[in-house]
Design a protein around this ligand. Structure first.
Ligand SMILES: [Zn+2]
Length: 73
């Protein structure tokens, strides 16, 4: 399980987050400011997004909703 050194996009506190692997985005809760943000592994490292700044493809819930809308029936 890779661990990434990231910075909270709200309060800029440095922290480590474990990711299950691959490039799927995941939510991280900042222990310093207690806000939730998105971590997304990319080819050259990792990106972080504030909740209202992530594109749908980088938002776990939005991705899940899109995938749920297709392939059924
Ligand atoms: Zn924070």
């Amino acid at each position: 399980m890779p661990a990434y050194a990231i910075q909270c996009p709200y309060c800029h506190a440095p922290q480590h987050a474990e990711h299950p692997g691959g490039y799927a985005p995941m939510y991280v809760n900042c222990p310093t400011c207690e806000k939730r943000f998105i971590l997304e592994p990319v080819a050259n490292g990792v990106k972080t997004y504030r909740m209202n700044e992530a594109p749908c493809c980088s938002d776990p819930d939005c991705r899940a909703a899109e995938m749920g809308d297709t392939g059924n029936d």
